[in-house]
Design a protein around this ligand. Structure first.
Ligand code: SME
Length: 179
């Protein structure tokens, strides 16, 4: 992050190979989070990295972002955080929808077809598939979720989920959540 480096360059992916694109995205996140621990700043840049990585791979992702737990609002409520895509639902309770289910269970939820997930919250009626990964801090407390939506059924494979879990793990370890 020195010399002629521009932060926006991190959102440019020249590779088209999935493993290379994801490796670059995670490396950029590592580099960005080394000098920053404020959760909103890191989630905003992570949303950009995901969005541009999926775009470089020609995936039909229509939303990529985060919901966060805000203890002042309630420990069981997810509040809309930084994201890329269209305006979305503002609050989701633990146990509700795909996001609340992943937050409550503390495990990844992959939904190949949202119409087959009872209780799916349709922020955007054109979403067909979705992945939600919980974000846990060092103490194992759920601080939020990473959420990605796709316009096609079965839009995510194992490599995509693995990438999102790596990113969520890195975020959980790299952020100060009480700032
Ligand atoms: N579909 C999610 C709601 C969030 S939006 O996808 C951005 C859910 O069921 O929790």
């Amino acid at each position: 992050m020195q010399g002629n480096f521009h932060h926006a360059d991190a959102s440019t992916f020249t590779a088209t190979d999935k493993s290379q694109v994801y490796e670059t995205a995670v490396s950029s996140a590592v580099a960005l989070f080394e000098s920053q621990r404020f959760w909103a700043t890191n989630l905003a840049n992570a949303a950009s990295l995901m969005w541009h990585a999926f775009d470089a791979l020609g995936m039909h992702v229509n939303w990529a972002g985060f919901y966060v737990v805000q203890p002042r609002v309630g420990k069981q409520t997810l509040m809309l955080g930084p994201f890329m895509g269209k305006v979305a639902c503002q609050t989701i309770n633990f146990g509700r929808g795909v996001c609340g289910t992943a937050a409550e269970a503390g495990t990844t939820v992959v939904v190949p077809d949202v119409e087959k997930f009872p209780g799916h919250i349709a922020c955007d009626g054109s979403t067909k598939s979705e992945v939600v990964v919980p974000i846990l801090d060092d103490a194992g407390v759920v601080r939020g979720v990473l959420d990605v939506d796709c316009l096609v059924v079965d839009g995510f494979d194992e490599a995509d989920v693995q990438f999102l879990e790596s990113l969520a793990g890195l975020i959980g370890r790299s952020c100060e959540w009480n700032l």
